[in-house]
Design a protein around this ligand. Structure first.
Ligand code: FAD
Length: 291
């Protein structure tokens, strides 16, 4: 039944991480709330009916963006708007700032958080694809303490992650793009929401005039972000960077995309086609960013 009203729930607003973890560890009917821009629509549609909501908004230590060595630590509660505006993100990992800037609309960017987006693991979301290409990791806290999960291992299915019941994302650790490294993200926006019908993120490291390392992740096409490893291999050693070698690498992207998802907006076959086209653009842009 479509009611536009969520089912009844109990609301908690803890002021410490320990208290939140304690509340969340009780049972599977308890959900954390961050920006509410995915959870609340799902509750209104009765696709989610948590009995208890734990609002993370008053917990200290879940915000902040700073550089720690060769990585950025971004607090889980940082909004898309604050990631987009952050000087350190813009200078050390410009592709992440640009990604945040391209999410949804102003209201979504002002409320939605990076932790919420990663935990929600929507196949069309932008951050999962980009953090996978960047080789980032998710910092999670639960009753057993803190652990760090590589983005490659974090997204396990549609709306499903490696988080355990009672575990919270507290931060994301994103490697900075050092000299000679570049990143790019290209997506085909769904016209109604901005979600990626297909999106391709590329990170490349150029050494001695040749590409020495490459990571390509594709989102929106299958249930989780997928590494296009054959295309990554084809990117290694490219020099000079010309249209033919970029197209040659992009042609291998579909090899990673078995089980493409189709819906009323775009068939699976069309999404795979988009991924190849977007990969060409993203590879070229990543090389350009690498300088
Ligand atoms: C109109 C519209 C357009 C959008 N367009 C885009 C788009 O173009 N690209 C895009 O990527 N996204 C888009 N989104 C989604 C948006 O980015 C959401 O903000 C994001 O997916 C969820 O973040 P949130 O902070 O709002 O999380 P919430 O809605 O509060 O929570 C989402 C889920 O994550 C869990 N959760 C939240 N925080 C944590 C945490 N720290 N640890 C563990 N679990 C947690 C919640 O329990 C819930 O299950 C759009 C949303 C709307 C409404």
């Amino acid at each position: 039944m479509y009611t536009q009203r969520p089912a009844e729930f109990t609301y908690h607003r803890p002021t410490s991480l320990d208290e939140a973890i304690e509340l969340l560890s009780n049972d599977g009917e308890t959900r954390p709330l961050a920006g509410g821009h995915s959870l609340l629509p799902m509750m209104k549609l009765r696709l989610a009916e948590p009995q208890t909501i734990v609002d993370l908004g008053r917990i200290p230590g879940l915000d902040g963006i700073e550089q720690e060595g060769d990585a950025l630590r971004i607090g889980a509660l940082e909004t898309h708007a604050s990631v987009a505006a952050s000087e350190v993100v813009r200078s050390q990992c410009p592709v992440l700032a640009a990604t945040a800037e391209g999410i949804g609309d102003r209201q979504v960017r002002n409320r939605g958080t990076i932790g919420g987006s990663l935990a929600h693991a929507d196949p069309g979301a932008d951050y999962p694809t980009v953090v996978t290409a960047l080789g980032a990791s998710v910092v999670a806290h639960g009753q057993g303490g803190e652990r760090e999960i590589a983005a490659d291992d974090f997204f396990t299915g549609v709306f499903t992650t490696a988080l355990e019941q009672g575990e919270l994302i507290t931060a994301v650790r994103v490697p900075v793009l050092s000299d000679g490294a570049g990143g790019a993200y290209e997506k085909h926006r769904h016209p109604a929401s901005g979600y990626a019908v297909a999106g391709v993120a590329v990170a490349v490291k150029v050494e001695g005039g040749k590409s020495a390392e490459a990571r390509i992740a594709v989102g929106g096409v299958t249930g989780t972000p997928v590494r296009a490893t054959a295309a990554e291999q084809a990117m290694i050693g490219i020099a000079p960077v010309d249209e033919a070698s970029i197209a040659g690498a992009a042609e291998k992207v579909p090899e990673a995309l078995s089980g493409a998802i189709g819906d009323t907006y775009a068939s699976g076959e069309y999404r795979v086609h988009l991924a190849q086209v977007l990969a060409k653009r993203a590879i070229a842009a990543a090389f350009e960013a690498a300088g």
